[in-house]
Write a protein that binds this ligand. Structure first.
Ligand code: ZN
Length: 446
């Protein structure tokens, strides 16, 4: 919180300065709107001043004088909020109905990032399963020149020998996960990924229902320790409460999935709070297996269908596929129920929550749409709309240690969505996207 306090102090100072500082050139843009969510609070009759790619002031129209020589855009009935940040996704691994490492390319990564941006997502944390090309792309696919969400991520990630991430089920190539046999090898793997260029360390700790061996604790502990030593945050894939407790006790920074096998207990809540650990529920990861079969009418919603490949659209319209998906949905429904119940408990206990869905990992985990659906599911878990929007913006940025993103405040990057309805009243309004701006440039207009 201290970082935020300093920044809002900086915001206040800039606010005082803005009325005395003349606009230097017509690279200054003033945006007025009925309401604006700054990442934490709503401001009525809002004004935001942008210079080049950076916000220099945000406040009410009474507080901030209209600078001379600025381009003035008035969005009288619109709502403005920071662009969404997807803190757990994957890129470049889906083609039609299939997924796997063979599809990973500059084109498929760019395709996914472009789709994310059309859905208002301005930054994506590609949390593992990246091939070596990732290290090149994370430089290339960031910035105002690139038409798509900015790419961040974990490189390949650290998996278990013969375990998660499961090679067969995920169609993985050898280079999509390192599988160290010893703590020393785990440290070396993390160091090498860091040398190649990553933003976070990803570790998979999950026995996949007893089907595969779980990663030994000394291996993941070594990976987390090396990440800390290198100044990198670490994240763990878990499913079970016991594994979640293990990774948190071992010093992980992010629990990258919800606990889905049982109710979380006070011991886990205390561990999360004591370690100041982030929690990314990814409710949609299990729901995606049946929810589209359950809602064929969504195929009439252009916001949904715009996210589908022709192959996926055809599958979702197929009655026999729908029947089969619904017939085997019981276990995933249970996981969703636990995930929602546990999110309620953890959020109420004060655990920090960030938006993530695991979108992009398989065809049914749909980039962009999954994020908006997750917002709705988080509201179903009892979070207030503003807490949910904060999880999707300021919190996701803080989790990814992005110091100038996720908020609309002085000194922050000008990444935002213009909406035609107010998601603080009804979260579904997050889908009413009129424009998407990134780096102070209007990137999408609908
Ligand atoms: Zn994932």
């Amino acid at each position: 919180m201290s970082v935020f306090r300093q920044l809002s102090l900086f915001g206040l100072l800039s606010l005082l300065l803005i009325s005395t500082v003349r606009a230097e050139s017509n690279s200054t843009i003033v945006i007025d709107s009925a309401r604006l969510f700054d990442g934490e609070h709503v401001i009525e009759q809002a004004r935001m001043v942008i210079e080049n790619d950076t916000i220099i002031a945000v406040g009410s129209q009474q507080e901030i004088a209209l600078p001379a020589q600025a381009r003035h855009l008035s969005y009288a009935n619109r709502f403005i909020m920071p662009g969404l940040i997807a803190a757990h996704s994957h890129v470049g691994t889906v083609s039609g109905l299939q997924h796997g490492g063979d599809f990973y390319s500059r084109e498929t990564v760019m395709r996914d990032l472009a789709q994310f941006q059309r859905y208002g997502v301005v930054a994506v944390n590609a949390l593992g399963l990246n091939r070596p090309l990732f290290h090149e792309l994370r430089n290339e696919m960031r910035g105002s020149h690139h038409r798509g969400a900015d790419l961040y991520g974990a490189g390949a990630g650290v998996g278990a020998i013969d375990g998660a991430p499961p090679k067969g089920r995920m169609g993985l190539t050898e280079d999509q996960a390192e599988r160290p046999a010893t703590p020393a090898a785990a440290r070396l793997a993390v160091k090498q990924m860091n040398d190649a260029g990553i933003d976070m360390v990803k570790v998979w700790v999950d026995g996949m229902g007893g089907d595969v061996p779980t990663m030994p604790a000394e291996i993941y502990q070594a990976a987390f320790e090396e990440a800390h030593a290198l100044g990198l945050p670490s994240a763990a894939h878990i499913h079970y409460l016991d594994d979640a407790k293990g990774v948190v006790a071992a010093g992980v920074n992010v629990v990258a999935h919800g606990v889905r096998d049982t109710d979380v207990d006070q011991e886990f809540i205390d561990l999360m709070l004591a370690g100041d650990v982030w929690y990314v529920p990814t409710i949609n990861i299990n729901e995606a297996e049946y929810i589209y079969a359950q809602h064929p009418e969504w195929l009439h919603d252009p916001f949904f269908t715009a996210s589908l490949s022709p192959e996926l659209q055809q599958q979702l319209s197929d009655d026999s596929w729908r029947e089969a998906a619904l017939a085997k949905s019981e276990k995933n429904r249970q996981s969703v129920n636990y995930n929602i119940k546990n999110l309620t408990k953890l959020h109420n206990a004060g655990v920090k929550i960030a938006l993530g869905t695991d979108s992009g990992a398989t065809a049914l985990r749909i980039p962009g749409f999954a994020e908006h659906r997750e917002l709705e599911l988080m509201v179903q878990a009892g979070m207030s709309t503003t807490s949910v929007l904060q999880a999707a913006t300021a919190n996701a940025a803080a989790m990814m240690q992005l110091p100038n993103r996720g908020r609309l405040a002085a000194g922050y990057q000008a990444d935002f969505m213009v909406l035609s309805a107010d998601p603080t009243f009804n979260i579904l309004a997050s889908r009413q996207i009129v424009e998407v701006w990134r780096y102070g440039i209007q990137q999408e207009k609908f």
